[in-house]
Design a protein around this ligand. Structure first.
Ligand code: ADP
Ligand code: MG
Length: 255
C-alpha cells in the first residue's frame, strides 16, 4: 500500500557536529505496512538520522513529522510516547533482568532508559499486568525466545540480545519503528527469527525503517531503499536498481 499517508515524514533534515556535517538535508517518508531500508557506508549518517528523528539529538535544520505532528527537537521520551520506537546498534537492555522482564519493559513506551524504567516501574505496575504478560509471551514465541524466557540477559549470547531488543520494540505497539543494524552479528537461524519479527511489524501496519548492511537479508524483506553517502541521499528506489546504480557503487568503492 504505497499510497497510504505516511506515518513519518522527514524533510530536509540536517545535523552538524562542530565542523562536521553528519546529515545534510535528508528527506524520507515511512508508510504503514512498508519496510524501508536505509543503507550507506560507515559514517554516512544513518545512525545520526535515527538519533535525530528519535529525539536523542537536536536537528540543526529540517522537520520531523510523526502522524501529522511536528516532533523535531522534542525530547526522546515524548517521541517514544507518541509511538515512535527505535533500537540501538548496541542493544540497550537491563543486563540483570530476564528475557521476559526486558520484553515487558517495552510495554512502558516512554522509558527514557531501560534502567530508569526498571527503577520506576518494576515490579509494582508491570507484574500485575496480566494482559501485558500475555502479550510478552506472544512476542517471545514469535521471536523464538520462549525457551529462554527466564534466563538473565547477561547469560545469553549476543544474537539473543538483539532479538530481545526488537521484541521489546514490538511489545511497545509502536506506529513507527527504526531498527539500527538489528541483523549485525546474528547467525543464520537468528536472522530468520529477526525477519519473522520485522515482517510481523509490517503485517500489523507499522512503518519500519531498517538500517542494515547484510544485503541478502535486506533484499528478502524490504519494499523501498534509500542510500546515504556523506549525509546525503544518493539513491532512492528498489533493491534491484540500487545494485546497478553508479553513485551507490562509487560510494561503496570509495571512488
Ligand atoms: P553511520 O551510522 O552511517 O555509520 P553515523 O550517523 O554514526 O554514521 O555518523 C555519521 C558521522 O557523524 C560520522 O562522521 C560520525 O563520526 C559523526 N558523528 C556521529 N555522532 C556524533 C557525535 N555524537 N559527535 C560527533 N560526531 C558524530
Ligand atoms: Mg550507525
Amino acid at each position: 500500500p504505497a499510497d497510504r499517508p505516511a506515518l513519518l515524514e522527514v524533510r530536509d533534515l540536517a545535523r552538524n557536529f562542530a565542523g562536521l556535517v553528519a546529515l545534510d538535508g535528508v528527506s524520507l517518508s515511512l508508510r504503514p505496512g512498508r519496510i524501508t531500508a536505509l543503507i550507506g557506508p560507515n559514517g554516512s549518517g544513518k545512525s545520526t538520522l535515527v538519533n535525530v528523528v528519535s529525539g536523542i539529538y537536536q536537528p540543526s535544520r529540517g522537520h520531523v513529522v510523526l502522524d501529522g505532528e511536528e516532533i523535531g527537537g522534542k525530547p526522546d521520551h515524548m517521541i517514544a510516547q507518541r509511538g515512535l520506537i527505535r533500537t540501538f546498534q548496541d542493544p540497550r537492555l537491563v543486563p540483570s533482568f530476564t528475557v521476559r522482564e526486558n520484553i515487558l519493559l517495552g510495554g512502558q513506551r516512554h522509558f527514557r532508559s531501560p534502567m530508569l524504567a526498571a527503577a520506576l516501574r518494576w515490579p509494582s505496575t508491570l507484574r500485575e499486568e496480566a494482559d501485558m504478560v500475555r502479550r510478552a509471551e506472544q512476542v517471545m514465541a514469535l521471536a523464538g525466545l520462549d525457551g529462554v524466557a527466564d534466563q538473565i540477559i547477561d547469560s545469553l549470547p549476543y544474537g539473543y540480545r538483539r532479538l530481545v531488543e526488537v521484541g521489546r520494540a514490538i511489545m511497545a505497539e509502536p506506529t513507527v519503528v527504526l531498527l539500527d543494524e538489528p541483523a549485525a552479528g546474528l547467525s543464520e537461524a537468528e536472522l530468520g527469527r529477526l525477519a519473522t519479527m520485522i515482517r510481523h511489524l509490517r503485517d500489523t501496519g507499522k512503518a519500519v525503517l531498517l538500517i542494515e548492511h547484510h544485503m541478502d537479508f535486506v533484499n528478502d524483506i524490504v519494499d523501498d531503499v534509500v542510500v546515504l553517502d556523506s549525509g546525503r541521499e544518493i539513491y532512492r528506489g528498489d533493491m534491484r536498481g540500487m545494485r546497478e546504480d553508479p553513485a551507490v557503487i562509487a560510494a561503496y568503492l570509495g571512488v
